[in-house]
Design a binder for this molecule. Sequence first.
Ligand SMILES: C[S@@+](CC[C@H](N)C(=O)[O-])C[C@H]1O[C@@H](n2cnc3c(N)ncnc32)[C@H](O)[C@@H]1O
Length: 282
Amino acid sequence: MSGSLDTGTLACDALDGAITAIAAAGCETPRLDAEVLLSHVLGVGRERLLTDRELTVRGPAVRAFQNAVRRRAVEREPVAYIVGSRGFRRLDLTVDHRVLIPRPETELLVEVALSLPRGVRVLDVGTGSGAVALALKDERPDMHVTGSDLSEEALALARANGERLGLEVEWLRADLLTDVPDEFDAILSNPPYVAESERGSLAPEILRHEPAEALFAGPDGLMAIRALLAQVAARVRVRLVALEVGAGQVPAVMELVCAAGFRAMRAEKDLAGIERVVVGER
Ligand SMILES: C[S@@+](CC[C@H](N)C(=O)[O-])C[C@H]1O[C@@H](n2cnc3c(N)ncnc32)[C@H](O)[C@@H]1O
């Protein structure tokens, strides 16, 4: 990006330079990334970048934008970590390196839970940023929602998100269901489900920047799901379990859900048509 601190650089020119750098680094959505980063740095909506031909990047914003583009292009840092937030359902969540960036497909877990009766107690296992637990509480305030995680750091961020959004969710540090009170009617989880063998095929955005403990689950990716369902089997109060799974894991997870005592099973597809959430009811 060229231009002096005095006159600055037209936003459209700054944007063009950033798009070129981000595209050259091999990122999939260079224009979108550059627009989101520049609108974040300037504190304006993205539409303003396109409509205001006089908009200029000057002063501290020059360095801030250069730094953001370097993080995206050179370090391959995800845009959500650079800007510090990600939308999920109706919420704007704070995210940082302590947590996985919530994905659109995970919204399916919330959709499944919306059909539960009034007043039920729901546990979101492996809550990360609190995305599922908070979105559910936002859309169904009648439910008693708890989010749990093994990571103290993730829970601190989830709690902060809850406080900022004014949503009353309980937070619990636990290894899956170990020592968790037997009071839940439904369990939702987007657990780690990436097989160790897939490590090499992950995008640098994921491998270098997202927490490994949020991603990997043993040789076949099913370690956490297997352990969770073995615990759920003994919890007869749980009437519904909904688990996000990796592409191709549905048959194996359905077997595990069945072995845990759930009979009515189905798989919900994500927007890409991939079977993504396994639901079991009893
Ligand atoms: C794939 S991330 C999901 C985060 C969040 N629910 C979301 O969808 O954006 C998995 C989460 O499970 C947590 N986790 C990993 N192992 C766990 C365990 N044994 N018990 C509880 N949480 C665990 C990780 O810390 C991480 O926050």
